[in-house]
Each structure stands twice: as C-alpha cells, then as structure tokens.
Design a protein around this ligand. Structure first.
Ligand SMILES: Cc1cc2nc3c(=O)[nH]c(=O)nc-3n(C[C@H](O)[C@H](O)[C@H](O)COP(=O)(O)OP(=O)(O)OC[C@H]3O[C@@H](n4cnc5c(N)ncnc54)[C@H](O)[C@@H]3O)c2cc1C
Length: 348
C-alpha cells in the first residue's frame, strides 16, 4: 500500500486536532506510513491529567506505539484489583498465562503523553503546540480543511478530531452526543505518605450511593476518586476517603464531568472522531486511555488506507463507525449491568 503519493490539491494529508493519547496514536499511524501529518494541540505541551490506571492489555499496544520503551512513564504495577461491589472487598486477579500473572499498571500521564508526542514527531508528524484548531471547512458535505488561527485554511484530505471532551468537530458540525447516563460529577485528588493496604492493589468499593477508588500511583503517592450517582451528594462530599486519612493531600480535590456520552456519527467523508471526543464513560469502565489509543490508531490507519486508495472514504467511515459503536455499546451494557446490581439505573 503506497500512502506516499502526495495529492497536489491539499496542503497536508491529515490534520489531527488534540495531542492526547488518541491524537498521538493517530499521528504515529499516519506519519509512519508517510502521510504529511499535522498534529495541532491547543496547550503548550503535555499536561498532568488523570487517567493513569491501565489494564494489562494496554501494554502490548503501547509497546507497538513506543518501540523505544515507556518504562519512564510507568509507576505502580498490580496483578488485579480489590473489588467490593456491594459486598465485602475481595481481590480479583486479572488472569495469567504461561509467562505469569497479567499486570495492570499506573502511568504518569504527562510523561506518557510526552513520549507519544515525541514518537509522533520522530515518525515525521509536524507538531504544532499552542495551536487551537478553529472552524472546519465543509464542501459538498465533506470536511476539506481547517482554520488554524487567522491564516488561510489548511486544505487537508482527512481530519481527525481527538480533542477529548471538547468535542471540537462534532460541535462544529452540529452533531449531537447524547447523554447515556445521569449527570455524573467525579471528585478526585492525590496524596502522599504511606498506605500499605493500597500498595498491593487498587481498590474499588461501591454501594447504592456510588463508588470510591483508591490506588497507589507511584511509590509514596496515591490517588482517590469518588463518584456519587446523585450529583447533589458529590457537591456535599469533602476530600480524601477515610483510607487516606493519614496521608498529606496534594492540593485541593478536583472534579470532572464524566457523564456517559456517545456520538452516534463518529466518521464521515474526510473525517474521523477518536477517543473521548467520540465516547465517554466514567472511569469505572477503566478503558478510557486504551480506547483513545486504539481508536486513534484505527482512525489513522484507515486514513492511510484511503490515501493509498486501498479503501473508499465511505467504506472507511462506515467500518470505523460500526467498530467504535459496537465496542462502546458493549462497554456501556457491561457497566450499566454492574450498576443495576447496586440499584443504580438510567445508564446505557
Ligand atoms: C478523573 C478521571 C479519571 C480517569 N481515570 C482513568 C483511568 O484510570 N484509566 C483510563 O484508562 N482512563 C481514565 N480516565 C479517562 C481518560 O483520562 C480519557 O479517556 C483519555 O485521556 C482520553 O484521551 P483523548 O486523547 O481522547 O483525550 P484527552 O486526553 O482529553 O486529549 C485531548 C487533547 O485535545 C486538546 N484540545 C482540545 N480542544 C482543542 C482544539 N480546539 N485544538 C487543539 N487541541 C485541542 C486538549 O488540550 C487535549 O490535550 C479518567 C478520566 C477522568 C476525568
């Protein structure tokens, strides 16, 4: 497949908005295949973000995206999670194979995002930091360009929206991303010190009011999250959970809207939507970063197929939409069944 045949009617082959895991994975796929790729990020560089607990399955994907390794970004490792789902907490291992137990891991998101960005640059992507993507150019129903600042629009064959919960492209195209849950506000924070109970495995403890997550992120550093099914309770609740009473909080508690959203149309002629821009579930699904990496990589690979004329635009968009929707619907069905066990409804 030759994706290096440059179309003279466009300035670049692919414009990717947002340099989180989804955008970087897309940029790596496109640039490594020889596409002229621009990755535009509104911030000046990778930022500290929540989203650090990764499933064992994320490791092989990251190894493929980052052949130079990513040990630098990895903190605590664990072979399972302690789960109390309306019951006494019990350790649930991830599983194992002949080489031993599978291990999940915590990542430092600023470092991981920086490694992914460096890899995108190394593969040949032009990275523009401090560059907020503006209006898309739409012609004959297809996205054909994007405004970056006051310059003339950049003409591009494919646009990939990886702007996370900002949902830049779907908002600009007037596409809805209906809520698939009650409004969910999560509170979270970090603390330092020693909590030996959390050093072997993270814990999620849930009851009919919501759930609390506590985990060691790296040696001597811990994270907590609390999600209440009724947002009014979230506003009333204070800081760290009792397990972390002896630790020193790292600044005030923070909050984020993690209401479930699913954009029914995540691809069309000349465009794809990847990562949180297309699908958001609350962190109990624990797949956010993995889905971002996988969907960014898949959108990028399909853009390569279209550029090499191995795939029609319509086919690529249809395949992507079905794949992303099926996976998201499955994750939503699974988590809403688990919430129903607690008596919490209105999900999925
Ligand atoms: C409290 C909390 C805890 C979480 N915990 C976990 C966890 O333990 N494990 C897990 O897997 N997931 C977790 N998640 C989810 C995870 O953080 C996200 O799913 C993941 O970061 C999504 O990646 P992304 O690349 O789609 O978006 P993001 O990481 O949000 O990146 C989007 C990027 O786009 C940029 N951008 C936005 N608008 C523009 C624009 N107009 N122009 C240019 N750039 C723009 C932003 O600055 C940002 O850099 C958690 C989320 C929250 C809120």
């Amino acid at each position: 497949m030759d994706a290096r045949h440059h179309d003279p009617d466009v300035d670049v082959d692919v414009l990717i908005a947002g340099a989180g895991p989804a955008g970087c994975a897309a940029a790596i796929a496109c640039a490594a295949a020889g596409l002229r790729t621009v990755l535009a990020e509104r911030l000046a560089g990778p930022a500290a973000r929540p989203g650090e607990a990764l499933h064992p399955g994320a490791e092989s994907l990251l190894a493929r995206l980052l052949p130079g390794g990513f040990a630098d970004a990895v903190g605590a490792r664990h072979t399972g999670i302690t789960v109390g789902w309306g019951t006494e907490p019990r350790f649930e291992p991830y599983g194992q194979d002949e080489s031993g137990p599978w291990r999940g891991f915590q990542v430092d998101r600023r470092r991981l995002d920086a490694l992914l960005l460096d890899r995108a640059r190394g593969a040949g992507a032009e990275v523009r930091l401090g560059c907020r993507v503006g209006e898309p150019v739409v012609e004959g129903g297809a996205v054909t360009g994007v405004r970056l600042g006051s310059a003339a629009p950049l003409r591009t064959r494919t646009v990939i929206d990886a702007t996370g919960r900002a949902r830049w492209l779907s908002r600009a195209l007037g596409l809805t991303s209906p809520l698939r849950s009650p409004r969910l506000l999560i509170r979270y924070g970090y603390a330092t010190g020693s909590c030996p109970r959390r050093d072997t495995a993270p814990e999620i403890a849930a009851d009919r009011t919501g759930w609390t997550w506590t985990a060691q992120v790296s040696r001597g550093r811990y994270q907590w999250m609390r999600l209440d099914f009724v947002p009014e309770q979230a506003r009333l609740r204070g800081g760290p959970p009792p397990d972390f009473a002896g630790l020193v909080p790292e600044g005030p508690a923070r909050s984020a809207d993690v209401s479930w959203r699913l954009c029914p149309k995540t691809a069309g002629p000349g465009w794809f939507v990847a990562g949180d821009a297309g699908v958001v579930l609350d962190p109990a699904s624990s797949h956010g970063v993995l889905r971002a990496l996988l969907s960014g990589w898949t959108a990028g690979s399909l853009a390569v197929g279209v550029a090499a004329q191995a795939l029609g635009e319509g086919d690529a968009a249809g395949m992507y939409r079905r794949w992303l929707l099926d996976g998201a619907e499955r994750d939503m069905a699974e988590l809403s069944a688990r919430y129903a066990q607690l008596g919490a409804h209105g999900f999925g």
